[in-house]
Design a protein around this ligand. Structure first.
Ligand SMILES: Cc1cc2nc3c(=O)[nH]c(=O)nc-3n(C[C@H](O)[C@H](O)[C@H](O)COP(=O)(O)O)c2cc1C
Length: 338
């Protein structure tokens, strides 16, 4: 049994209120570029029907120049609650993109102010906004004025160890009209290295009145509870822990609601999920889906005898049939051992 304090349980037993939007889960599936497409979100939602999910980040500039909405922005009319995440540094483009996102049925619009990738920060987007808080403020204000759904921000604790600016930055975002902030407890300089510094998220929570979501290093029910205790946050957002494991958000949500831990899926169940994921990617994206599926498949194939060999084979599949055959053979072999 994982210890969970009564204060924590009662604090999290009410819905998460993001402005006018009420979400019946305190566990969120993060935006993950190249991962959280409609296919992946469907799998996550099967186990976490109440949770807020995010699209992959969408460039507002790119959106400004195209007529058709990119596939990464596509939302299933039945998937709710859903946030479309945008990135850019131009308030006018972001406002325009937000209007398109609302037309596509987004329940909230999230602005990416945390992406560390050079290609994005060099153009003034993602985490570079931490160094230009006035621009970040202008973005939030303009997007708030452009649409009638809540605007949220996802960011990091600062640019580097010398510039941990999150306290001031988060207050500015709240004052500009953001209705929730998600804080990844790393600096931009950290990338994905070292530990997420949850203590900074705790400090943010103490000074804001809007919900604060903790992000970084949530890989299990245990780490989620520990993070919620340490930060006092209003919820947790799962990221790398969901790669090849779309069960995580649902497992944490179930525990928070019932105090009971779901049994972990067996290797066979994980491989069955991998097969379904592969087939769905093929149906949704064709050849491109197969190329994207390779990485997903290698993430699923873990934690059983022969997994390393299977990973190698799955990482080079050319067709859906090749992948399905490999997975079915692995399932049969695991079944024989049981
Ligand atoms: C493959 C990958 C893609 C990501 N794409 C996005 C993205 O599109 N938008 C975003 O805000 N964060 C993105 N992130 C950051 C994660 O949402 C999250 O903030 C980060 O991984 C920290 O959480 P973790 O330690 O639990 O993985 C990405 C991270 C990874 C590993």
């Amino acid at each position: 049994m994982i210890p969970i304090s009564p204060t924590l349980q009662s604090r999290l037993s009410t819905p998460l209120k993001i402005g006018s939007v009420e979400v019946k889960s305190r566990v969120l599936q993060s935006p993950l570029s190249g991962v959280t497409d409609l296919v992946f979100r469907r799998l996550v939602r099967r186990y976490a029907p109440d949770s807020m999910m995010y699209t992959e980040m969408v460039s507002a500039t790119e959106l400004h120049h195209v007529k058709e909405l990119p596939k990464i922005m596509e939302v299933d009319p039945q998937e709710r609650p859903i946030s479309i995440q945008l990135f850019d540094c131009r308030p006018d483009f972001l406002a325009e993109a937000a209007q398109k996102a609302v037309a596509e049925a987004a329940d909230t619009i999230d602005i990416n102010m945390g992406c560390p990738v050079n290609k994005i920060t060099k153009k003034g987007g993602g985490s570079s906004l931490l160094r230009q808080p006035e621009v970040a403020e202008a973005i939030v204000k303009e997007v708030v004025n452009a649409v009638n759904v809540p605007i949220t921000v996802k960011t990091r604790i600062g640019w580097n160890d010398e510039e941990i600016t999150i306290i001031d930055f988060a207050k500015r975002m709240q004052d500009a009209g953001a209705k929730m902030i998600t804080v990844h407890g790393r600096t931009r300089a950290q990338g994905y290295n070292g530990n997420a510094r949850w203590e900074w998220i705790a400090k943010v929570k103490q000074v804001l009145s809007i919900p604060v979501i903790a992000n970084g290093d949530i890989f299990s029910v245990e780490s989620a509870i520990q993070c919620l205790e340490v930060t006092g946050a209003d919820g947790v957002m799962c990221s790398r822990g969901t790669l090849g494991y779309p069960f995580l958000v649902g497992e944490i949500d179930y525990f928070l609601k019932t105090g009971e831990k779901l049994p972990s899926p067996t290797p066979i169940q994980r491989l069955q999920c991998a097969k379904e994921h592969l087939q769905a990617l093929w149906e949704y994206k064709g050849e491109r889906g197969i190329r994207q599926a390779r990485k997903h498949m290698t993430w699923y194939a873990k934690g059983f005898d022969g997994a390393a060999h299977l990973r190698e084979q799955l990482s080079v599949i050319e067709t859906v049939h090749q992948g399905v055959d490999l997975i079915e053979l692995a399932i049969a072999q695991l079944g024989n051992k049981e």
